[in-house]
Design a protein around this ligand. Structure first.
Ligand code: DC
Length: 220
């Protein structure tokens, strides 16, 4: 199967370009950040202590996460909007640092790609989940640019947040996501690095599409 793997920090544009490329190249889009968010959402909803690693890992084992028509379903319920709230965003990075939880979600991610050509984005896709992916990209942008993009997105989605709050959260998550003991955000040595700070979405999509289309027959 064909696997397009994309890693990068929050607000680098991974989600937007993956969505477009999934349609253009007929790939199933898998947003692994949404999977960690789905678990964080349940931690909040069930009032579980964020340090209770065993309970949180059990939640993941008993969760069915699906991506259908650009929506995220948790045990059959559409939670696409809920998982983008600032409350979930604030706790998702520490939740995603729980090593046994990561093992469960990485297993699900590998399973999802078993019968489909996929485009999968996150923090450890090119390094841990699919180190042998067909195509590997690392998407980046400066911190203020990423905060600006996320802040604008929040306004459109009706999520209540100030620019300062978004910037602070992105800085904290960057630090935490890059310093995890397992699954830390790193640039894989064989990933194509794209700095999207001064690029339009169309330019990024076209740069990635050129790589994928020029090498159409490559498969793992
Ligand atoms: O992509 P995102 O911002 O929705 O991801 C939410 C959090 O989940 C992010 O702060 C780090 C974590 N994450 C992870 O640890 N590994 C992944 N493959 C994807 C996301």
């Amino acid at each position: 199967m064909k696997i397009v793997a994309i890693d990068g920090p929050a607000g680098s544009g991974k989600g937007t370009v993956s969505r477009i490329l999934s349609k253009k190249c007929n790939l199933l889009y898998i947003d692994t950040g949404a999977m960690y968010r789905s678990i964080a959402y349940q931690v909040l909803k069930l009032g579980i202590d964020i340090t209770d690693e065993e309970k949180i890992t059990d939640i993941a084992k008993n969760s069915k996460i699906e991506f259908i028509d650009e929506k995220t379903y948790l045990n059959g319920i559409d939670i696409s909007k809920e998982i983008r709230s600032m409350e979930v965003t604030k706790i998702v990075s520490p939740v995603s640092s729980i090593v046994p939880l990561r093992e469960v979600l990485v297993g699900m991610q590998r399973e999802m790609a078993r019968n489909h050509d996929v485009i999968m984005e996150g923090r450890d896709i090119t390094t841990v989940v699919f180190p042998n992916a067909t195509y590997k990209f690392y998407l980046d942008a400066t911190t203020p640019e990423r905060a600006k993009r996320r802040y604008k997105e929040n306004i459109i989605k009706g999520i209540n947040s100030s620019y300062e709050e978004v910037l602070e959260n992105i800085k904290k998550r960057d630090y935490n996501d890059m310093n995890k003991s397992v699954g830390a955000l790193k640039i894989a040595h064989d990933a194509i690095y794209i700095d999207s700070t001064n690029m339009t979405i169309e330019e990024v999509v076209s740069a990635m599409e050129n790589v994928i289309e020029n090498d159409k027959h490559k498969e793992v």
